[in-house]
Design a protein around this ligand. Structure first.
Ligand code: ADP
Ligand code: MG
Length: 330
């Protein structure tokens, strides 16, 4: 059975006279039925779509673009999508991340569910696919998006907000729609970094027209999205987000500064190349106060450089603690 969201999307595209979206949604329903083992229904739907000679629409970006132009009454160049979505190189692995137990549990769960989505589909279940990552800067939110993309062998696209928010009435919503069309047609990990730029409270002080419209459009597209892409929104300021947003995510994951245990694991990994005999890493880690992973990484690198240039590459506990204290004071 098509989900309620898919039925709504079908009706909406009919009302909007958006043929392209209508048939794309129909093909999604067919895919879903196939995953559920309902091969006959899936093939019947596909045949119906083909008899209207419309199937080519879902693959011809140009046609899609024409319909977007028509519905938005604006002129957007096809290259705009490249301005909006930046294909981001990834090499980070899940094992490179140091996370507290709870945070690791959430990310691992998302990874496992996505990997086993076909198994879940047999029982009509969907994996967690829309994640909100919150926490201070330098705690691994962006790195997590990269690691998920690497582990799932998917490309990572990062949304460029400066390209998105427009001064012109309605244009932002049309651009956002292009983004969601891309999410729908190209399976990947999509990162909406610094998400508070569009997700801020609607009644907040920055409640200027276009920003408000962006949030409304985002909410609509986000809810309608039933693609196979993984959508990750990250923010350092969850308190700024509109409360209406939270329930639309499948999971919220909180990132935080490293505790002693995490700091120890992080420092050891970061400095694994160095001779470290006699260093009590637990003691070193206890000196870490109010530093993000990114800052702790810088403290380790400060000490590593000093060791290479002045001490034959040999680390000492005192120098390591001094570098950490120095970073904490900055
Ligand atoms: N949890 C973490 N585990 C390992 N390295 C981390 C972690 N958090 C941050 N780092 C290091 O700091 C850098 C910046 O982190 P980033 O993911 O951009 O933080 P955020 O997006 O939360 O601001 C990373 O590239 C990595 O080198
Ligand atoms: Mg980040």
């Amino acid at each position: 059975m098509a989900t309620a969201d898919q039925i709504k999307a079908l009706v909406k595209s009919f009302v909007d006279k958006d043929e392209n979206r209508f048939f794309t949604t129909a093909l999604q329903v067919a895919d879903k039925e196939e995953r559920l083992g309902h091969n006959k229904v899936a093939s019947d739907i596909r045949k119906l779509v083909q008899t209207r000679d419309i199937a080519h629409l879902s693959t011809k970006r140009n046609t899609k673009f024409q319909s977007l132009k028509k519905s938005a009454h604006i002129s957007l160049a096809e290259s705009d999508i490249e301005e909006l979505l930046h294909l981001t190189p990834t090499s980070a692995r899940f094992s490179d991340l140091v996370l507290d137990e709870e945070c690791r549990g959430h990310i691992e769960r998302a990874l496992v569910e996505y990997r086993q989505k076909d198994q879940l589909a047999k029982f009509g279940l969907l994996p967690k696919r829309k994640l909100l990552l919150t926490g201070p800067p330098g705690t691994g939110k962006t790195m997590t998006a990269k690691a998920l993309a690497t582990e799932l062998h998917l490309p990572l696209y990062t949304l460029q907000f400066d390209g998105l928010i427009s001064r012109y009435l309605g244009e932002t919503a049309a651009k956002l729609r292009m983004v969601f069309d891309h999410i729908n047609s190209s399976k990947a990990v999509y990162l909406f970094d610094e998400f508070d730029a569009i997700g801020a409270k609607r009644n907040g002080s920055n409640d200027v027209g276009e920003i408000r419209r962006v949030l409304n459009s985002f909410l609509q597209f986000f809810e309608e999205d039933s693609s196979e892409s993984l959508i990750i929104c990250a923010t350092n300021h969850p308190e700024l987000l509109d409360p209406a947003l939270f329930r639309r995510f499948d999971d919220t994951v909180e990132f935080s500064y490293p505790g002693v245990e995490e700091a120890e694991a992080f420092i050891k990994t970061r400095l694994f190349l160095f001779e470290s005999e006699g260093i009590n890493f637990k003691k070193v880690s206890e000196s870490v106060k109010n530093l993000s992973y990114a800052e702790l990484g810088q403290a380790c690198d400060d000490c590593a450089r000093d060791s290479v240039l002045n001490y034959d590459g040999k680390l000492t506990q005192t120098r390591l603690i001094n570098s950490i204290r120095h970073r904490s004071k900055m």
